[in-house]
Design a protein around this ligand. Structure first.
Ligand SMILES: [Zn+2]
Ligand SMILES: [Zn+2]
Length: 201
């Protein structure tokens, strides 16, 4: 996942407060039984947590995609760096990611399609996969949608995000108060996430 930034966003990021918690503290603060940040509907402990803590490896590209979204949401930048692959831009370390993504607040993940839905049984021998999704995020209360088709590869038995073959675009989202909320709750924006975004405006 990468976010194309305008000059304005960068300017806003520089103004924002520095992080205060370490990556480990942030993970420890997460309640095991709370809903997973990837919006799967499962509890954190039975969804993305085992991947973030390296207890197990994602067995499917969608699991890796979801766990990377969760890692962005919980600011686990080492995990992002560890699961990122690029020949064109191999320098993708946790420090750089932290500078770029620290002040982004991830709001919602909507999976559009993943290989799983096309081929129900992904074979163990498969070494490529794709997941299309929209990730909504806010910067100082302004809402953006990142639409991406992520490409994943499994070069050495471990699924990795293949940045060189993933395509994304970013749009600024402007919702009226009576529009249906972006988070798929079915509620009107004003009765749903508008208030949450207003708090960080
Ligand atoms: Zn999850
Ligand atoms: Zn909402």
């Amino acid at each position: 996942m990468s976010v194309q930034k305008t000059g304005k966003i960068e300017e806003e990021q520089i103004k924002a407060a520095p992080h205060s918690l370490s990556e480990e503290q942030r993970l420890q603060n997460m309640d095991d039984s709370s809903p997973c940040p990837c919006h799967s509907g499962k509890a954190f402990k039975s969804c993305c947590k085992p991947y973030l803590t390296n207890e197990s490896l994602p067995s499917h590209p969608e699991q890796l995609m979801r766990s990377r979204y969760t890692a962005f949401a919980l600011k686990q930048f080492q995990y992002i760096a560890d699961t990122h692959y690029s020949k064109l831009d191999p320098i993708n370390n946790a420090e750089t990611l932290q500078q770029d993504f620290q002040d982004i607040q991830w709001q919602h993940l909507r999976i559009i399609s993943s290989q799983k839905s096309h081929h129900e049984s992904l074979q163990d021998s498969d070494s490529e996969g794709e997941v299309s999704f929209i990730a909504y995020y806010a910067i100082q209360g302004k809402l953006f949608a990142l639409s991406e088709t992520s490409h994943f590869i499994k070069p050495d038995g471990k699924w990795l995000y293949d940045a060189d073959h993933s395509q994304s675009k970013v749009e600024k989202i402007k919702l009226s108060r009576n529009d249906t909320c972006f988070c798929e709750s079915g509620k009107k924006f004003k009765k749903c996430c508008d208030g949450k975004l207003a708090q960080i405006r």
